[in-house]
Design a binder for this molecule. Structure first.
Ligand code: UGA
Length: 434
């Protein structure tokens, strides 16, 4: 394979993972970011995010990786430039595209030879078109370039694996030169390469994330029906999942989806459809069900404790899912705030996310272990499916709690087994158990 020089603009979670994994494929990668302290940390061998396997790959490929805050210089040295800057939501649901626009201008002013500019950020359809126009407008020297879209499907916690062994690679291109460069870049990865036009590539990302969010809200709605009828969501999912047209994945009922992607991307797709005069009512329901799921979960805690004021609640897990320290849109934050507002005392534990949580909710008490959090508490609430919580020593937990009440937002335990051990155990969608 002929290696390429790749510059990544925006060394956040997506950019950094992409850069490090491209270095693992044998390419020379320059990770750039305008946050100088982050660049210094990276250059000194540190990793600013918790992502299993990433620090090891950074060390292994150190020869092929460099880090800089000089974005213009990084642009000049690259064959391919990935744009992986943030597109945060604005109150209307529209993504804030100002970072992407600024990067397009920077690229245009710095380019000195043909560049392939690839959008990696989750962006509304037609962003590539806008990037192309912006670069052309500021590219006074008329340097040739192409724009392409290469959406990412990485999940936090398994991002390295997802990158190196993906289900598919989507390449949205409008020239043979761009297609050939991207096929060369990804040649070492054995996965279907879906080569499509740029707008379709952008839509694939919107549609994929929204579809997965829809699966979660769908199964959470079915879980509610299970509670109302006395059926069991695990059994329902088992029976549905064998149908290959449905599949087993993303049908885990729980406290609802969180994270930096699904909530923002569902909002953005609803907004985008609205701008095209299409009312995406289905997706609005997906969002509503997700909100209600948190309300319903909070109600379960209230039902278990009756009065919350003066009660102590152990919150086990804060991250929006396991194997990450990310707490963006984490259901746990919402539940912790509601508990505190109701006058309860919150004692929280998470293996990775406590520093971030402490900065946002300083009123909670943060504990060194799940057992410390449960010591003398009136109830334990499970918010994240960490292995450490799944494998709790239940005898120790029952002794630590003042009242052995567990409200489980992730269905980690078998209701019958919990009952046998003396717990008042409440979970999601297991109607016959409660
Ligand atoms: C998601 C997508 O899965 C990735 O393909 C995509 O690349 C990424 O967004 C992105 O756009 O950057 P991520 O947010 O890291 O990845 O995490 P997921 O594993 O998808 O979980 C999202 C949320 O759904 C979590 O809160 C999780 O607990 C919840 N979830 C997931 C469920 O409640 N039930 C499930 O069955 C699966």
């Amino acid at each position: 394979m002929q290696s390429l020089t790749v510059t990544i603009i925006g060394s956040g979670y997506v950019g950094l993972t992409t850069g490090v994994c491209l270095a693992e494929l044998g390419h020379t990668v320059i990770c750039s970011d305008n946050d100088e302290s982050k660049v210094r940390l990276l250059a000194s061998g540190g990793c600013p995010i918790y992502e299993p396997g990433l620090p090891e790959l950074m060390r292994k490929n150190a020869q092929r990786l460099s880090y800089t805050a000089d974005i213009a210089d990084a642009v000049r040295r690259a064959d391919i430039i990935f744009v992986a800057v943030g597109t945060p939501s604005t109150p209307s649901g529209a993504p804030d595209m100002s970072y992407v626009e600024r990067v397009a201008r920077t690229i245009a002013l710095a380019m000195n030879s043909y560049k392939l500019v690839v959008e990696k950020s989750t962006v509304p359809v037609q962003t590539a078109e806008w990037m192309k126009r912006t670069i052309a407008r500021y590219d006074k020297a008329g340097t040739p370039f192409d724009v392409a879209s290469n959406p990412e499907f990485l999940r936090e916690g398994t991002a390295v694996q997802d990158f190196l062994k993906p289900d598919r690679i989507v390449l949205g291109v409008e020239s043979d030169r761009a297609r050939d460069l991207l096929l060369r870049l990804y040649a070492p990865i054995d996965a279907p390469k879906v080569v499509v036009d740029i707008k379709s590539a952008e839509l694939i990302k919107h549609a994929s994330n929204s579809f997965l969010a829809m699966k979660i809200s769908f199964i959470n709605a079915v879980a509610t029906i299970c509670e109302l009828t006395g059926a069991d969501i695990d059994e329902v999912v088992q029976g549905m999942g064998y149908d290959r047209r449905i599949g087993k994945d993303f049908l885990r009922a729980g406290v609802g989806y969180g994270g930096s992607c699904f909530p923002k991307d569902v909002d953005a797709f609803i907004w985008l459809a609205g701008t095209l005069n299409y009312d995406f009512a289905l997706l609005k329901s997906v969002r509503d069900i997700n909100r209600e799921q948190r309300d319903r979960f909070f109600k379960k805690i209230e039902d278990a404790l009756w009065v919350l004021k003066g009660k102590t609640v152990a919150v086990l897990g804060i991250a929006f899912k396991a194997n990450t320290d990310d707490i963006r849109e984490a259901p746990a934050l919402d539940i912790m705030r509601r508990l505190l507002d109701a006058g309860a005392c919150v004692r929280a534990y998470d293996p990775q996310a406590m520093d971030h949580a402490r900065a946002q909710i300083p009123q909670a008490e943060y504990c060194a272990s799940p057992y410390e959090a449960m010591q003398g508490a009136d109830c334990a609430v499970i918010m994240t499916e960490w292995e450490e919580i799944r494998s709790l020593d239940l005898d120790r937990a029952v002794r630590a709690l003042a009242h052995p009440i567990v409200v489980d937002g992730r269905n980690l335990f078998d209701p019958a087994e919990m009952k046998r051990r003396g717990f008042d155990y409440r979970s999601i969608g297991r109607g016959h158990a409660r």
